[in-house]
Design a protein around this ligand. Structure first.
Ligand code: 5GP
Ligand code: ZN
Length: 134
C-alpha cells in the first residue's frame, strides 16, 4: 500500500466506495463523478502508479475485470456500448496515481464527444515516427 493513495485506502476498506466487483487481484467501484450512468473504475489491489509501472499479470487481471464489468453494464444497464479509458501521467490527464481503467457505459443519446480530432499528416511523417517506434 502506498502512503496517501486514496485507491489503496479503498482497497483496504479505509475509505468508502460503491464496490461492484471484487476478485483476488482487483476491485471495481463507481467513479465518484461519473461521466455517464454506470461509470466505474477497475483497479489492481496491488499499488502501481500507472501503465508504465504495472506488471503484466496485474494488467491482465484488470483487463479481465473490465471486460466482466462491460458485459454486466450491457446486461443490467442496457448501455449501447462501452469505452475503456486509461490515463498515464498528467500529460495524459491522470489525476489519481494508482493504476485504474475507466469502464464507461455509452448510450446512443449520451453527451460524450471525442476529446480530440484526427489530423492529416503526410506519409513521410508517418513513416518517420513508425521508424522511431520500431
Ligand atoms: P483519472 O483522472 O486519474 O483518469 O481518474 C481518476 C478518477 O477517479 C476520476 O474520474 C475521479 O472522478 C475518480 N475519483 C477521484 N477520487 C475518488 C474517490 O475518492 N472515490 C471514487 N469512487 N472515485 C474517485
Ligand atoms: Zn495505491
Amino acid at each position: 500500500m502506498a502512503d496517501d493513495c486514496i485507491f489503496c485506502k479503498i482497497v483496504a476498506g479505509e475509505l468508502p466506495a460503491e464496490v461492484v466487483d471484487e476478485d483476488d487481484h482487483t476491485v471495481s467501484f463507481m467513479d465518484i463523478n461519473p461521466w455517464t450512468r454506470g461509470h466505474a473504475l477497475v483497479i489492481p489491489r496491488e499499488h502501481a502508479r500507472n501503465l508504465f509501472e504495472i506488471d503484466d499479470d496485474n494488467l491482465a487481471y484488470v483487463a479481465a475485470a473490465a471486460k466482466r464489468l462491460a458485459l454486466r453494464a450491457r446486461e443490467r444497464l442496457g448501455c449501447d456500448g462501452v469505452n475503456l479509458l486509461n490515463s498515464a501521467e498528467p500529460a495524459a490527464w491522470q489525476t489519481v496515481f494508482h493504476f485504474h481503467v475507466h469502464v464507461i457505459p455509452r448510450y446512443e443519446d449520451d453527451p460524450l464527444r471525442l476529446p480530440g480530432a484526427p489530423q492529416q499528416v503526410d506519409q513521410d511523417e508517418l513513416r518517420a515516427v513508425a521508424e522511431e517506434l520500431r
